[in-house]
Design a protein around this ligand. Structure first.
Ligand SMILES: *[C@@H]1O[C@H](CO)[C@@H](O)[C@H](O)[C@H]1NC(C)=O
Ligand SMILES: *[C@@H]1O[C@H](CO)[C@@H](O)[C@H](O)[C@H]1NC(C)=O
Ligand SMILES: *[C@@H]1O[C@H](CO)[C@@H](O)[C@H](O)[C@H]1NC(C)=O
Ligand SMILES: *[C@@H]1O[C@H](CO)[C@@H](O)[C@H](O)[C@H]1NC(C)=O
Ligand SMILES: *[C@@H]1O[C@H](CO)[C@@H](O)[C@H](O)[C@H]1NC(C)=O
Ligand SMILES: *[C@@H]1O[C@H](CO)[C@@H](O)[C@H](O)[C@H]1NC(C)=O
Length: 656
């Protein structure tokens, strides 16, 4: 796209913004803990009420006119007319219905909505489940939370909640263009603005404007999109042949057509039920664990920041599941005295006498113990602190220490083997003498999905280290060279040589040192300037790692032109990119060219934003790692939605 077109489009979208259409939710409906302008509802910006349409996809138990009209507080006869279907028939699963409803701005509510009432049906049903599963994203968890007096913990079966269904009325500008109705459409997989516009014979440009989308924006499935209509919608919505998600299984019972997607719904329903149950159990479990941890004698009274109750409450359901998961697996796998003490001869045999061929890099050698691969690292002097830390830690994303050997003043540490070496080998391989084992590094580069996964893995590890390890630790030396990648490119944090116990959790492990050591480019300003050691120094370093993942650049500008001036720090560049106008275009230019354009810009933007907060100069402005982890979890799950080809990868990792 040439500059003039871009500029025109930008100006164009600025103009249409001022004419104020509605803002697209942009997948923010997933983040139930935070409210965004777009998630509360469509803003009243025109007439007080109008007729509008919702779309609803028939799926049991909502597959008859009466059940659907009941759910949506709509008129069965109008639905019947609008879709040319008879009142009594069961509507085949997967049929897209248009539902005429009155849309209004009333009371002191400043959003266009159509109210319905829903009676909570199952134990553990959450606002999110109601919004996403039952109402198919016609409402958001944020709007439900805002418009109901019940807290998320007080939802019980039989409770009636108000459901504000999103709708909107045409603005003057739209009416002038001949637009009569706005239809709230549920985006499904593989759809785009133009394919959706096609279904309704609408002009894609009007759809873009109606949702305040930028011309390059990305739309997410399972989000509502407004489609401006000049006439009533077609009576029979047929999408252009879109490939089915899975080959349709034989009908479960004859007469119920479209059982393929009906199954999907059932599976989703069951899965949600199971997840909710697990969540409750695990929440209880983690609560006990957490209590126990707090009662350790050497710890101060419970007012500490990382463990404060208010923080704990803020953790969303999804995060607490993940956290509880790692906790429970910790509980099972935890074994303090699991380390093997190796004989030096065994190490010699396993590494072919520390041969050159077995050298990975530095003083790290590949070893093979009865066919099992391992890495052996040779360290001088006393490394008992690293051993003492690692022997107590067992987390899938922290490199596992399996044993050690002390011989003639050296310590040999035996670790699990990470087949794909370190992250920095993959990100910066062109700029360095490649290590021998990776001659073919240049031929491949980490995909967007792999990068997001690695960031998520590292956040998981740091979250564990700061908040759940006993005692909690600061890593102090996080950098891409210390993030190892296993055969499936899952990230594993290594090198705990500088790690420190957080001694005083009240002030987040506030400690001072005169002995400032670390890696340039990753060290937080307060550590360099005052020797201050807090968990926020890991957050800073992690922000730099995220920037490396996004940009592929070195953390400090050198002689080679990799987009940084000499001695410029990568951490100092992100503010400039995300500030001011054209931030998205600037971000595109900032991204790793090796990714080509194969990444969703919106998610990259979110990731750059969190990185920016992590590298804030003031440590109090940096988020806790638990928050970073939560954000990355969301980015990761959206990435799964974005890239169909990454599904297989996710299945592999899920079955881990
Ligand atoms: C959100 O809405 C408020 C008031 O309604 C407005 O002041 C603010 O600018 C909006 N923010 C964005 C990002 O549109
Ligand atoms: C409505 O459906 C009937 C059959 O069920 C069909 O004969 C009729 O043409 C349809 N009308 C429209 C307007 O599609
Ligand atoms: C909207 O309300 C009017 C009366 O206020 C009613 O006549 C009309 O049928 C309603 N439309 C829908 C779609 O419910
Ligand atoms: C819908 O519900 C909201 C409260 O959630 C209320 O303010 C508004 O007046 C209701 N709208 C109608 C049309 O009843
Ligand atoms: C929302 O519901 C759809 C349909 O069941 C499902 O595919 C999607 O994963 C759900 N979204 C989330 C974030 O759970
Ligand atoms: C919820 O609504 C239904 C029907 O509108 C009513 O029968 C029931 O009593 C209500 N339940 C509560 C707890 O108000």
């Amino acid at each position: 796209m040439t500059w003039p077109t871009l500029i025109t489009l930008t100006i164009f979208s600025l103009i249409s913004n001022t004419i104020s259409q509605q803002e697209y939710v942009n997948n923010k409906q997933l983040d139930c803990d935070n409210t965004y302008n777009s998630t509360s509802g469509n803003i009243c910006n025109s007439v007080n009420s109008c007729q509008s349409y919702l779309t609803f996809i028939s799926n049991p138990p909502y597959n008859t006119l009466s059940s659907i009209s009941n759910l949506l507080n709509a008129s069965p006869s109008l639905i019947s007319q609008s879709n040319n279907i008879s009142t009594l028939q069961t509507i085949p699963t997967g049929t897209i219905l248009t539902v005429p409803v009155n849309c209004s701005c009333s009371g002191n509510n400043k959003y266009y909505q159509h109210n319905s009432t829903y009676t909570m049906k199952t134990v553990g049903e959450s606002y999110f489940a109601v919004a996403n599963l039952t109402y198919q994203a016609l409402t958001t968890c944020q709007a439900l939370i805002a418009q109901n007096p019940y807290g998320i913990k007080n939802l019980v079966v039989g409770l009636n909640i108000t459901v504000p269904l999103r709708c909107a009325c045409p603005t003057k500008k739209q009416r002038d263009q001949g637009i009569k109705y706005l239809l709230t459409y549920l985006v499904s997989k593989d759809e785009s603005v133009s394919s959706i516009a096609d279904i309704f014979g609408a002009d894609p440009q009007t759809v873009i404007e109606a949702n305040k989308l930028s011309p390059t924006a990305f739309i997410f499935y399972f989000t509502p999109l407004l489609v401006p209509l000049k006439n009533e919608p077609p009576r029979n919505i047929v999408k252009q042949a879109s490939p089915p998600e899975s080959p349709p299984p034989p009908p479960a019972n004859p007469g119920d057509s479209g059982s393929s997607s009906s199954k999907k719904w059932v599976i989703v329903g069951v899965a949600v039920g199971v997840v909710v149950l697990l969540l409750v159990v695990l929440a209880l479990f983690s609560h006990c664990f957490y209590k126990r941890q707090r009662r350790q004698p050497e710890l101060p009274p419970p007012v500490g920041k990382p463990f404060s109750d208010s923080d704990n409450k803020k953790i969303s359901d999804t995060t607490s599941t993940t956290q509880s998961w790692s906790l429970s697996s910790e509980g099972i796998r935890y074994a303090v005295d699991s380390l093997t003490q190796y004989k030096f001869q065994d190490l010699q045999n396993a590494t072919m006498f520390f041969s050159e061929e077995n050298k990975i890099k530095g003083s790290v050698y590949r070893a093979s113990f009865k066919g099992d691969a391992a890495a052996v690292k040779i360290l001088k002097g006393d490394v008992s602190s690293e051993i003492n830390i690692l022997k107590r830690i067992n987390h899938a994303n922290i490199i596992r220490l399996s044993g050690f050997c002390v011989y003639k003043g050296n310590t040999y540490l035996v670790y699990e083997f990470a087949q794909n070496n370190s992250l920095d080998d993959w990100l910066h391989s062109e700029n360095k003498n490649k290590s021998k084992s990776h001659e073919n590094l240049n031929s491949t580069c980490l995909s967007w999905f792999q990068r997001v996964q690695i960031a998520h893995d590292v956040a998981d590890a740091l979250n564990y280290l700061h908040n759940y390890a006993n005692p909690p630790h600061v890593h102090k030396n996080l950098q891409s060279g210390n993030i190892l990648l296993d055969g499936k490119f899952r990230g594993k944090v290594s090198n705990f040589g500088l790690a420190r116990v957080m001694e005083n959790e009240d002030n987040e492990g506030f400690q001072l040192t005169r002995h400032v050591i670390g890696t340039q480019g990753y060290m937080a300003p307060e550590y360099i300037e005052n020797g201050l050691i807090t968990p926020k120094m890991d957050v800073f370093a992690f922000g730099v790692v995220i920037l490396e993942l996004l940009t592929g650049r070195e953390v400090v500008g050198g002689d080679k032109n990799n987009g940084l001036l000499r001695d410029q720090l990568l951490s100092s560049t992100v503010n400039e990119v995300l500030e001011g106008e054209n931030d998205r275009e600037k971000l595109r230019g900032f991204m790793d060219p090796n990714l080509r354009d194969e990444y969703p810009l919106d998610l990259a933007y979110s990731m750059a934003e969190i990185a920016k907060r992590c590298v804030a100069r003031d440590l109090n402005s940096r988020p806790n790692v638990s928050e970073v982890f939560m954000v990355l979890s969301k980015i990761q799950s959206s990435t799964l939605d974005w890239d169909p080809s990454s599904r297989s990868v996710s299945q592999v990792s899920d079955s881990r």
